[in-house]
Design a binder for this molecule. Structure first.
Ligand SMILES: *[C@@H]1O[C@H](CO)[C@@H](O)[C@H](O)[C@H]1NC(C)=O
Ligand SMILES: *[C@@H]1O[C@H](CO)[C@@H](O)[C@H](O)[C@H]1NC(C)=O
Ligand SMILES: *[C@@H]1O[C@H](CO)[C@@H](O)[C@H](O)[C@H]1NC(C)=O
Ligand SMILES: *[C@@H]1O[C@H](CO)[C@@H](O)[C@H](O)[C@H]1NC(C)=O
Length: 433
């Protein structure tokens, strides 16, 4: 929730192109039909994970969502399972995660990094979980204003969260939202030992009837659907739609954020904190993430089919359709209603798209150099401060160029220009402030 608002504001401020914004009352226009997780209209990456069908031009503007597959996700030195959003086209067999920002490999973990003056790093699964169990083993970041998150987020913004603020390393804050509607009564804390220095296994067990948060196998909190009937809207105010797992580090304490967010995050970020001086970035250390899909025989959470789509703007459980629709675009100019737009003439490479390994190879390259940085558990890899060692083309001093080289210098305003923005998005997310 908070993160969406923060990142949307940042992207808006830093974009070279004036992207249309979108909301429930303001859908995207036909030429840039897809409303991204951050409330901006576009094509390509905007139509993939996070695209909100309720705010998009039509219900089928977003691409179909790939269904859940049970798996344990770990990280290799090339981060070959992670695709940057500027390379990912929607085929989950090419990547387990899509990334914005700067993931780095370190000692069998992925570090989610937040270099000086950046907005951090987000990894989201390429497949969606419709109920089930997800466990993540990780160490949080630290420092005032620095937030680590492990959440489930659906495209209609049902959300189940763990969040950690870097000034309180003994509390896991838990929260949930139905369709992104703020209700601060939904939060609850779990107390545990030093989250920066210790790995813990954080778990979300989600069924149609309840949500449980477990830490190291012990139930810390349970909420029940039966306690959340909304008589006004005549529906359950409870997470009920397919969700991506997202892990992130982000700057709650950015000086330009709302004061409430800064206070919640423990104050303004100190960009000269010891982690920045020593490593060049704040970081959270993720060892593994395990998804177990919900094993329903039919309907919600069933394993039949390859795609989830919505057939009604209500965005409730009964509007999710399990089907066998194609989920991938031919290029970053595509949309849910024109999936082959921009298909390269050389069709041999179009369907699989540029796989995650291309990009994350270079991403891993920049970071695996860092793994020589130290062998003691607490020390982080070498300096990657600023924007000098990123996995995609970008230049902090002229952020407006982000992505242009990949888009072939297409103009803003055209459909292709918007896809250039989609590619620039990750760059913008990193280098903007
Ligand atoms: C939160 O709880 C308070 C106190 O129980 C109640 O007055 C308020 O209506 C609740 N807010 C929502 C949005 O349910
Ligand atoms: C959780 O802990 C934070 C401090 O870390 C505190 O500000 C917040 O009020 C607590 N929330 C609840 C629901 O107790
Ligand atoms: C119940 O639904 C109404 C109407 O949609 C909404 O305004 C209100 O915030 C909802 N209450 C809760 C607790 O979600
Ligand atoms: C939606 O959720 C409600 C409450 O769990 C359940 O009774 C109903 O069967 C669900 N509908 C569908 C189509 O899954």
């Amino acid at each position: 929730m908070r993160q969406s608002a923060v990142v949307a504001a940042l992207l808006g401020a830093g974009s070279a192109f004036a992207a249309a914004t979108c909301s429930l009352t303001k859908k995207c226009p036909k030429e840039s039909p897809c409303c991204s997780q951050y409330g901006e209209c576009g094509v390509g990456a905007y139509c993939l994970g996070g695209c909100d069908p309720r705010m998009s031009f039509s219900l089928d503007s977003c691409t179909p969502e790939p269904v859940c597959k049970s798996k344990t996700m770990t990280f290799d030195s090339k981060l070959s399972t992670i695709a940057d959003i500027s390379d990912y086209l929607g085929d989950p067999s090419t990547a387990e995660w899509m990334a914005q920002g700067e993931p780095a490999y370190y000692n069998g973990n992925v570090l989610l990094t937040m270099p000086k003056n950046s907005v951090g790093t987000v990894l989201a699964t390429t497949e969606y979980m419709w109920y089930g169990n997800v466990k993540a083993k990780f160490k949080t970041s630290r420092g005032r204003g620095v937030v680590t998150a492990f959440i489930l987020l659906s495209d209609v913004k049902d959300e189940i969260d763990y969040e950690f603020v870097g000034v309180d390393l003994e509390t896991a804050q838990t929260n949930w939202y139905f369709q992104g509607i703020p209700d601060y009564n939904n939060s609850g804390n779990i107390t545990l030992s030093d989250t920066f220095n210790n790995y813990h296994t954080y778990e979300i067990n989600w069924t149609p009837d309840m949500i449980q948060w477990l830490v190291d196998g012990k139930v810390g909190r349970t909420v029940y659907r039966k306690d959340h009937w909304n008589a006004t809207s005549n529906q359950w105010s409870f997470p009920q739609t397919p969700a991506r797992v997202q892990i992130s580090i982000w700057p709650g304490g950015l000086a330009s954020n709302a004061q409430g967010t800064i206070d919640w995050a423990g104050g303004e970020i100190d960009w000269n904190a010891p982690d920045i001086q020593k490593s060049g970035y704040f970081y959270a250390t993720f060892e593994s993430v395990t998804v177990e899909c919900y094993k329903a025989s039919k309907g919600p959470g069933s394993g039949s089919g390859t795609s989830y789509t919505y057939d009604n703007i209500a965005g409730t459980n009964d509007t999710v359709v399990v089907g066998n629709k194609r989920t991938n675009l031919a290029s970053l100019e595509g949309t849910g209603t024109d999936m082959d737009a921009g298909k390269p003439d050389d069709s041999s490479s179009s369907d699989k798209g540029s796989s995650g390994s291309d990009n994350s190879g270079s991403s891993g390259g920049s970071s695996s150099g860092g793994s020589s940085g130290g062998s003691s558990g607490g020390s982080a890899p070498a300096d990657t401060s600023g924007c000098s060692t990123t996995s995609f083309n970008q230049d902090c001093s002229s952020n407006s160029d982000s992505g242009d080289s990949k888009s072939g210098n297409k103009n803003a305003g055209s459909k292709a220009g918007v896809s250039a923005l989609a590619m620039g998005l990750a760059g913008a997310a990193l280098c903007l402030v």
